[in-house]
Design a protein around this ligand. Structure first.
Ligand code: SAM
Length: 227
């Protein structure tokens, strides 16, 4: 059975780009079953209202709980994981992507404005598996870009989405280090040479060089990843 992904947003058009590239192909081949929904379809007033002013005052608007409640009542089953993009969530990581790739059904609730009324997360946390996920320590305008990043990171781990499974294991973060630099033809470009060891045909020396480069890059850019 394909992994099913449901995304609820007030901007469904954001996700049109998922039709291109590997994810689009995985969809066409029936490996991913993805559905994007307009939150406003679960409103009942003439203006299709999804937001209102915050209790307690303050700037900005808050997403009303009722449309979210109806949308998620209809989409979540006992198999689902509800993912709520939020700068207050746990930071998304390759490890989390691997966990989510094992799931059968992911549902994304993409907030806008100042976020979704807290009671939506409280209500569904008591009944379903819910995870608040942050893309990193910065603020986006909505959950859509975060959902897209998570869908891309997770779906490429689903068997069959990426053609060559070996290209998955050699990547940054899969072994806890950053990836070594890559080169292709031509051997000289704008006076810059490809490191000679890569042209040597000596597989042992190449593996050693790559390992050193991974360590060096990690030391330089992400010392926090080293033990
Ligand atoms: N007032 C909120 C706060 O400070 O936590 C920020 C709301 S933000 C403008 C609107 C929406 O964008 C959030 O509800 C969330 O869905 C999404 N968002 C913003 N930054 C994010 C991040 N770093 N990771 C994931 N989602 C984010």
């Amino acid at each position: 059975e394909p992994m099913r992904i449901d995304i609820v947003t007030i901007f469904p058009a954001f996700f049109d780009v998922l039709d291109v590239s590997l994810i689009g192909k995985a969809r066409d081949r029936g490996i991913l079953d993805m559905h994007v929904h307009d939150l406003r379809d679960w409103t009942h007033d003439r203006h299709r209202t999804v937001d209102d002013t915050p209790y307690g005052g303050g700037a900005g608007m808050v997403m009303k709980p009722e449309p979210w409640g109806e949308a998620l009542d209809g989409l979540l089953t006992s198999e689902s994981v509800l993912l709520v993009p939020s700068p207050a969530g746990e930071t998304f990581s390759q490890r989390m992507a691997r966990e989510l790739a094992e799931e059968r059904h992911l549902v994304f609730a993409c907030g806008r404005y100042e976020g979704i009324d807290q009671r939506v997360v409280d209500h569904f946390s008591a009944r379903r598996r819910v995870r608040l996920v942050s893309l990193g320590d910065y603020v986006l305008n909505g959950g859509e870009v975060a959902a897209m990043a998570i869908v891309e990171a997770v779906s490429r781990l689903v068997p069959g989405v990426v053609g060559n499974p070996e290209s998955l294991v050699e990547e940054s973060h899969e072994d806890g280090l950053l990836e070594y630099p890559s080169y292709t033809k031509p051997p000289t470009w704008r006076d810059l040479e490809v490191p000679p060891v890569l042209l040597s045909g000596n597989h042992g020396a190449i593996a050693t060089w790559r390992q050193e480069q991974s360590l060096e890059r990690t030391r330089l850019h992400r010392p926090d990843l080293l033990p």
